[in-house]
Ligand binder design. Structure first.
Ligand SMILES: Cc1cc2nc3c(=O)[nH]c(=O)nc-3n(C[C@H](O)[C@H](O)[C@H](O)COP(=O)(O)O)c2cc1C
Length: 221
């Protein structure tokens, strides 16, 4: 019995010591405050102002703004390598940006930096269940093309393709958020969309092309 008690005491002591040691390892170090007006003020100020807004007027955004939004989302920032404003898994660039506006549905071609009309149909109402989607002048539809995402490893499958393209689309979304913060435009990224219904309305998507997420942009109501 004494032996058992001694063993218990030893075990409790060992656990207590290891707990105290691990607790000591976690140190809180306060960081210097981001210097919003300092050397990197332009990016820090945009991040400070980045916000989701859900009020939209029908006011159109200008052609210049549209061009810059698309360039931020997926534009070529190095014409020699063809690389973009956003990173891409395996440099696949498997996510394409479509634009739904009152005058139709368009596809953005990064290499030509052009916006090509696919149809005259106004499908904005199908881009989400929230009321403002019909009114806001622009919704970007981020579409992953699994056909472009060829296996680079044995573990590649559609779950991983969706995961990687969601991250790529997320980078695009944030670029557009920051642009909107700089231009005084409202924006909201949205999961609240019936992807099957929207894909049907788009009419051009093949089975391997999946709607990842949508993002609405416009002026304050
Ligand atoms: C992946 C994702 C999906 C989202 N889906 C919706 C949505 O369907 N509708 C909506 O109004 N907001 C949506 N949001 C916006 C979030 O509600 C918003 O980012 C959050 O409330 C934080 O607010 P903030 O962006 O102003 O910091 C989404 C955000 C993310 C990242």
């Amino acid at each position: 019995m004494l032996k058992f008690r001694l063993l218990c005491l030893c075990l409790i002591t060992v656990f207590a010591f290891s707990f105290l040691l691990s607790a000591q390892e976690i140190k809180t170090e306060s960081l210097p405050k981001p210097n919003i007006n300092g050397r990197n003020s332009s990016i820090l100020k945009l991040l400070e102002n980045r916000r989701t807004h859900r009020q939209f007027s029908t006011k159109e955004i200008s052609a210049q703004q549209l061009s810059e939004i698309l360039w931020c989302a997926n534009g070529v920032n190095d014409t020699i390598s063809g690389k973009r404003t956003v990173p891409s898994a395996y440099n696949w660039h498997g996510v394409t940006v479509y634009a739904a506006a009152s005058n139709g549905l368009f596809i953005y071609e990064p290499n030509e930096h052009s916006l090509n009309k696919i149809s005259d149909k106004d499908i904005r109402t199908f881009t989400g269940s929230q009321d403002f989607v019909k009114r806001a002048p622009l919704t970007l539809i981020y579409v992953a093309d699994f056909g472009k995402m060829n296996p680079k490893s044995k573990t590649m499958n559609d779950d991983k393709r969706l995961f990687l393209s969601a991250i790529e689309a997320g980078c695009m979304v944030q670029s557009v958020y920051l642009y909107c913060a700089s231009e005084g435009l409202n924006t909201v990224v949205r999961d609240m969309v019936d992807r099957d219904a929207l894909a049907k309305q788009m009419e051009v998507l093949k089975p391997k092309q999946k709607i990842v997420i949508v993002q609405t942009i416009g002026y304050q109501d």
